[in-house]
Design a protein around this ligand. Structure first.
Ligand code: GLY
Length: 403
């Protein structure tokens, strides 16, 4: 039944991909490419042995971070996606220069951020080149990540800091690291990686969501009371609020878990999260969320363009699975259109080499508020890549209808 309605949805959806999308995207990709070429020169100059990747700009200067930072894989990932979009060797050569310095992270068991760091960089490197060395790095990364799984809790532990406050904190962002485990299970035949990912997704579905399908940020499963975990925030407005990027991670995460498992409960969950985000009265008409859906000072608060870009990328994928595909595709296009106007997309040579403006890292921590953030750019480019692949589906459908 799902398959038949999906086929009908795909036909309806193909109408939303306007004929001129390919042309418009080609122009946009050229514009982005010019900005990224400038950024490569700037970031190569700012790189040191220890500071290997750009994260944001502070006081008008680019902030480079060490390999251990959770964002270190995004910039190389952007360059790998440019290679995929253009097939120009220039991008591959430069992607390698920013990918190789983070290899050591495959041994770093002190964080859950393995998927963010390694799947975005070495993952894309492996898919583009099929170099077995990159495959080995990824498998070791999955092995290290799996050591953070606690079978009693049914989750991978997110953070080790703040241990006086939290016993076993799990943040909604952690859903994003599961893709590496699903991949490792398929690649090695070791189903325990997949089992860990599914158990984590199930436990998170049970404990991280409110009745309206918004997500808490942090759920603390203390060793002694893991059956009644404590629900809080770290980067949101309040424990009870819906921090925008957290909702975006949840949407993207459960869409991906559905892709990897084919289990309808995850598709339904992703659709419900989408409904929460897209119908929220505080979502502006241009569809880029404010940093938290429940900040009482809305509209006089900063946006989070990174949340918008993550939601767009998730919706492009969800549109291929859901009966509501046409609506999701239209909204994803709307978000990308907004992110591509001068208010959000920087002019060439400005913004310290970053593409998007107006993202927010941690408002409560007064850190990275209304700034460029590398992961906003990553998911913006991924959205364009996903849209390009949807255009391929459209061409295929057109060919099919001829017979
Ligand atoms: N994973 C950290 C963040 O979204 O800010």
């Amino acid at each position: 039944m799902r398959k038949l309605s999906l086929f009908i949805a795909l036909i309806a959806m193909s109408g939303c991909l306007k004929e001129n999308s390919t042309y418009a995207d080609t122009k946009l990709i050229k514009k982005i490419g010019a900005q990224l070429k400038g950024s490569i020169i700037l970031y190569n100059d700012s790189k040191t042995d220890k500071l290997v990747s750009p994260r944001t700009a502070e006081m008008s200067a680019v902030k480079m971070v060490p390999a251990s930072d959770w964002t270190s894989g995004f910039y190389p990932g952007e360059l790998w996606m440019m290679y995929e979009l253009t097939k120009n060797e220039f991008w591959k050569e430069n992607a390698l220069k920013f990918t190789l310095p983070i290899e050591q992270e495959k041994w770093n068991g002190k964080t859950h951020d393995m998927g963010f760091k390694m799947y975005s960089s070495f993952g894309r490197a492996y898919f583009a080149t099929k170099n077995p060395k990159f495959r080995d790095v990824l498998i070791q990364s999955a092995k290290t990540l799996a050591t953070r799984f606690n079978p009693n809790v049914g989750c991978i532990r997110s953070w080790d800091f703040n241990s006086k406050v939290w016993g076993f904190p799990v943040i909604i962002d952690n859903m994003m690291n599961l893709e590496l485990l699903f991949w490792a299970a398929k690649e090695t035949g070791n189903v325990s990686y997949k089992n860990i990912a599914i158990i984590h997704a199930k436990t998170t579905l049970k404990n991280h969501f409110r009745a309206d399908y918004s997500s808490f940020h942090v759920v603390d499963y203390k060793p002694r009371d893991w059956r009644s975990p404590k629900k809080q925030t770290y980067q949101g407005y309040s424990d009870e609020s819906a921090w925008s990027r957290g909702q975006a991670w949840a949407l993207y995460g459960y869409t991906m878990v559905y892709r990897e498992t084919g289990d309808d409960k995850y598709l339904e969950h992703a659709e419900k999260i989408a409904t929460y985000i897209l119908n929220h009265p505080n979502l502006p008409d241009h569809k880029i969320p404010f940093w938290d859906f429940n900040d009482p000072k809305i509209p006089n608060v900063p946006f989070d363009a990174s949340a918008g870009a993550i939601v767009a990328s998730a919706l492009y994928e969800l549109s291929t699975f859901s009966d509501k595909g046409a609506e999701y595709l239209e909204t994803a296009n709307h978000i990308i259109k907004t992110l591509s106007i001068p208010k959000f997309l920087s002019e060439g040579g400005s913004n310290n080499g970053f593409l998007l403006k107006h993202s927010t890292g941690s408002k409560p921590g007064n850190s990275e508020v209304d700034v460029p953030l590398v992961y906003a750019d990553y998911y913006y480019i991924e959205s364009l890549l996903r849209r390009k692949n949807l255009i391929k589906i459209k061409k295929y459908m057109k060919k099919k209808t001829k017979y």
